[in-house]
Design a protein around this ligand. Structure first.
Ligand code: WTA
Length: 651
């Protein structure tokens, strides 16, 4: 690893610039001139710009108004229009040459493979949609999906979309309690799961978790179970049904329900500043336009691309860039079920070589793990099919960027660093790879139509190279519409900081060339391996342990995970601060939330530092947590001090 001084310099004065090659530009969908034209048009006449873009979707009824913002911050896009997301992702590809094109190339962790063409995928979705209808699921009902990364997860999502039911996908790494919370908040009627899923050679017991969750989920009437791993599960009579039984009975004919553009498509829970996860609500027309258009632009889509996004469908990246965006564009996607180091650390490179993947989209935390595992893994495979690389989930440190560029991209593939959020629905800041030279660590510039800016506390644009808050000044089609069941929270979290301006809760700076450098969250949200977790979620899990009096949780820079979780805990009288108790508390958090929330460090303390008004001084704790890290990556530490200042402004 390079010296701290060098790292600080690299983040503050990163001067390396990587223009796309002449060949890449020549073949690209959007070159610099076209990008400027689009950006200028979107600025001058946003309605006309978005109206033109929306023609790429198949509408069964045309809209009469592009944007209704009269009830801000509640937007309506493509008012009066009707469409169906599942029809856009499937049916319209069946009338031309895409009918027998591979839609999903699946590889299971044990090595089993399966390919579904658009026609086959359409048939499966129709059958499953009919099965849902038979179970009484209709328009507006909520369906929880808690599945491994198998094609049936996408089939279940598209089947819901087909009949107008809202899906709420819960990541398979969450615990039973977390599933129950989400079932109850959404008042889900049905849950779809599998016996288990493969992860690092073991079966994750999804059905057993669902059984425990359903003890506390009174609204859920039926549980549909996919047999993925052939493991024994308990099937509760009258409640649990096998996927394959339902499919055997289902008819293949299921016309897509025409839905209003603003019909809710899905809820996706994400962590915010309080203990309770937020059900981010997205609707049909705007979301589908945002996800498909950005997928086409940012990944410079070609008809014969083999596109692989390594996210899980349980996160927004999986929704927008595995399912809706790519399928709406008729792409061939690779879907992989398991861990990147199973059976060996070269599994991803093996998959790229095997399927001739041309576009690869992953997360910085994964890249840092690949670096740790050694260069010989990618070097042992032919990666020449790749032409474009992507990154998402957290700021990518320049070292990881350079490794990705050299070892995976062979110094020939542009890297698109994509900034966005569950709430934004689609990529907001990213280079259009044929148009914008990249700089390691910067997501570059907002996409045409997106008015992102970095502002101070009063909402004024900050001068070049000083830190500020990232905001979006104009509504965009794929923006979230509300927090399910808590509209007040929607208004206060995102729209109360500045009038009519969307607050992202990220800190950022803009350099002399207008490039945006996102530094990380300014609220109490942690970014652990690209996964969002609220410090308060972890705190409330800790304080519901009988021996804990009080807890404060903060993040600390972590070389591999981006951020690690540090918990300061005071115990109730009569309890000893032992290592055994530390282990017990870690297990307790995992039980309450899931393995992704496992604390890295628990520090017992007699008291927590507080202000006179009783507010915990998190800044102080963050310093303690970060200061203990003697070998930390200085790039991250440098950003941390700037972030700490911004957070103070916020507090
Ligand atoms: C962070 C994931 C820097 C950011 C799509 C944001 C990033 C949060 C980037 C959203 C990036 C995501 N550069 N930071 N390219 N991408 N983030 O909702 O802090 O899981 O607010 O959506 O991740 O996380 P979420």
């Amino acid at each position: 690893m390079s010296s701290p001084e060098k790292n600080i310099t690299s983040v503050l004065k990163e001067t390396r610039v990587f223009p796309p090659s002449a060949d890449f530009v020549a073949a690209s969908l959007v070159d610099a001139k076209e990008r400027d034209r689009l950006a200028e048009w979107a600025k001058r006449d946003p309605d006309a710009f978005w109206a033109e873009q929306a023609k790429s979707l198949h509408w069964t009824k045309p809209w009469t108004q592009v944007l209704d913002w009269s009830n801000a911050p509640h937007a309506k896009w493509f008012v009066g229009g009707q469409l169906n997301a599942s029809e856009n992702c499937l049916d319209r590809h069946l009338t031309g040459p895409r009918k027998n094109k591979a839609a999903i190339i699946f590889e299971g962790e044990p090595g089993d493979t399966r390919t579904l063409t658009y026609q086959q995928l359409h048939r499966e979705v129709c059958k499953f949609a009919n099965a849902l209808k038979l179970l009484g699921v209709g328009k507006g009902d909520r369906v929880t999906i808690y599945m491994p990364m198998v094609p049936e997860a996408a089939i279940a999502m598209l089947a819901c979309a087909r009949i107008g039911a809202m899906h709420s996908v819960v990541f398979g790494g969450f615990s039973a309690d977390a599933v129950a919370d989400r079932n109850n908040d959404a008042k889900s009627k049905i849950i779809i799961t599998a016996d288990g899923g493969w992860r690092r050679g073991k079966v994750v017991p999804l059905k057993a978790n669902v059984d425990a969750a359903l003890e506390k989920s009174p609204t859920v009437e039926k549980c549909i179970v996919l047999n993925r791993c052939n493991t024994a599960v308990e099937m509760k009579h009258g409640r649990d049904l096998w996927w394959h039984d339902l499919m055997a009975a289902g008819s293949q004919h299921c016309p897509a329900e025409p839905l209003d553009s603003e019909h809710p498509l899905f809820i996706l829970y994400t962590s915010g500043s309080t203990g309770k996860p937020k059900g981010v609500l997205h609707t049909t027309g705007g979301y589908l336009l945002g996800s498909s258009l950005t997928h086409k632009w940012v990944f410079d889509l070609k008809e014969d691309d083999v596109y692989w996004c390594t996210a899980d469908v349980g996160w927004i990246t999986g929704h927008s860039y595995i399912v809706y965006g790519p399928l709406c564009n008729g792409s061939t996607i690779v879907m992989y079920e398991g861990a990147p180091n199973q059976p060996k650390e070269d599994r991803f490179w093996e998959i790229i070589e095997k399927y001739q993947v041309s576009v690869f989209y992953t997360a910085p935390t994964a890249i840092r793990a690949f670096i740790k595992w050694g260069d010989h893994h990618p070097k042992g495979h032919d990666l020449s099919s790749l032409r474009l690389l992507g990154s998402v989930g957290e700021p990518i440190n320049p070292e990881a960027w350079m490794w990705y560029h050299k070892l995976i991209g062979g110094e020939r593939c542009p890297i698109v660093d994509t900034w966005w959020q569950t709430e934004t629905g689609a990529i907001m800041i990213a280079p259009l790879p044929g148009a914008i030279p990249t700089k390691p660590g910067s997501a570059t510039k907002p996409l045409p139509g997106i008015e992102a800016e970095v502002v101070d506390k009063s909402g004024n644009a900050v001068p070049a190279n000083s830190g500020g808050f990232l905001v979006v000044k104009r509504p965009w089609p794929s923006m979230m519409r509300t927090i399910y069941g808590d509209d007040e929270r929607y208004k206060t979290t995102y729209w109360s900081h500045y009038d009519g301006i969307y607050f992202t809760a990220d800190g950022a700076r803009i350099d002399d060339d207008g490039y945006i450098w996102v530094m990380g969250r300014v609220d109490d949200v942690l970014n652990v391996s690209g996964h969002r977790l609220s410090t308060m979620e972890v705190e409330s899990a800790l304080v519901n342990h009988p021996k804990v009096a009080e807890a404060a949780v903060v993040g600390k820079p972590d070389d591999l995970k981006g951020e690690g979780i540090v918990c300061f805990v005071t115990l109730k009288q009569g309890n000893e601060p032992t290592d055994a108790l530390k282990a017990e508390l870690k297990a307790h958090v995992v039980h309450n939330i899931g393995a992704l929330a496992r604390p890295d460090d628990i520090k017992f303390t007699e008291t927590l530092p507080k202000t006179r008004s009783g507010k915990i001084m998190r800044r102080f704790l963050r310093d303690v947590a970060a200061g203990r890290q003697s070998t930390g990556d200085a790039t991250t530490l440098e950003d941390y001090t700037v972030l700490a200042k911004l957070r103070e402004d916020e507090e």
